[in-house]
Design a protein around this ligand. Structure first.
Ligand code: NAD
Length: 265
């Protein structure tokens, strides 16, 4: 991707779940657009360090922090460490997420709690910590015309029901309302809160849906654009939402790319 390396110059970003997939692509693209980036990871320490090393090799600034985003004490510790190292935060990309699928009547409370805890409560915890710092610091006009930007990773399943994934679809529906509520509350403080709602993107989370020609053909029946998305499709949207180019964009859920169901719902 080719944004200017000065687009986000001087800005400090945190990307959760950045050791793979969409989060990794967003972190790499924020860095190549000039931001200093914290790579949050849960268990993939080596993968996170490799991304940090690659960013530094390209003269960027990055470091990795381990934290489970569903745990309040770990989220607070992650933000403290980031503020200690980088001094502040300008951009939060709340991306970490999991799927634990099951037929509804067989779904255990553990499966429900795990997905709601990481996908929804994790985004609440991270957004709250970021907002505290944005409010404390306010706008720094030499950095950005916003006091801070929060980008939540949602899904087309924020509006499209998904049998066998009630925990996942509920978590994404929750993100949709949480994002709009926070955006409304923080807009007077020049804080922008938006989400990205991807359709199918080729990453480890949904590998079984695209890793054979038969599975991919089935998936493509749902996608009017007739292409399964790539992580770069999402990273481009994230860089734009993080930049002042989207200064008048607030409280929006940016669907990339829409499904047939989504067009009729
Ligand atoms: P992925 O599995 O590659 O990425 C998920 C990341 O979250 C991983 O790096 C994982 O280690 C991290 N993670 C999991 N639990 C965590 C925790 N407790 N604390 C911190 N990090 C944790 O899959 P992905 O497709 O890149 O998913 C990224 C986001 O995009 C998720 O929120 C997912 O729901 C969303 N999404 C993906 C698709 C898709 O088609 N791939 C579509 C819509 C939405």
């Amino acid at each position: 991707m080719s944004y200017s390396p000065y687009l986000l110059k001087g800005q400090k970003a945190l990307v959760t779940g950045a050791s793979s997939g969409i989060g990794e692509a967003i972190a790499r693209n924020l860095a190549s657009s000039g931001a200093a980036v914290v790579i949050n990871y849960h268990s993939e320490a080596q993968e996170a360090q490799k991304i940090v090393d690659d960013i530094k090799t390209a003269n960027g600034e990055a470091f990795a922090i381990q934290a489970d985003v569903s745990k309040e004490d770990q989220v607070k510790a992650m933000f403290s460490k980031m503020l200690q190292e980088f001094g502040t935060i300008d951009i939060l990309v709340s991306n970490a997420g999991i799927q634990k699928d099951s037929a509804f009547i067989d779904m255990t409370l553990d499966q429900w709690n795990a997905v709601i805890g990481i996908n929804l409560t994790g985004q609440f915890l991270c957004a709250r910590e970021a907002a505290k710092e944005f409010l404390r610091r306010g706008v720094k006009p030499d950095i950005s015309c916003a006091a801070g930007k929060i980008i939540c990773m949602s899904s087309v399943h924020q509006v499209i029901p998904w049998a066998g994934h009630v925990n996942y679809a509920t978590s994404k529906g929750g993100i949709n309302m949480m994002m709009q509520s926070i955006a409304q509350e923080l807009a007077p403080h020049k804080i922008r809160v938006n989400s990205i709602a991807p359709g199918a993107i080729k990453t480890p989370i949904n590998k079984s849906a695209w890793d054979t020609p038969e599975a991919e053909a089935k998936l493509l029946q749902l996608i009017p654009a007739k292409r399964v998305g790539d992580v770069e499709d999402i990273a481009k949207a994230a860089v734009w939402l993080a930049s002042d180019d989207s200064d008048y964009v607030n409280g929006t859920y940016n669907t990339i790319c829409r499904w047939w169901y989504d067009f009729v719902s």
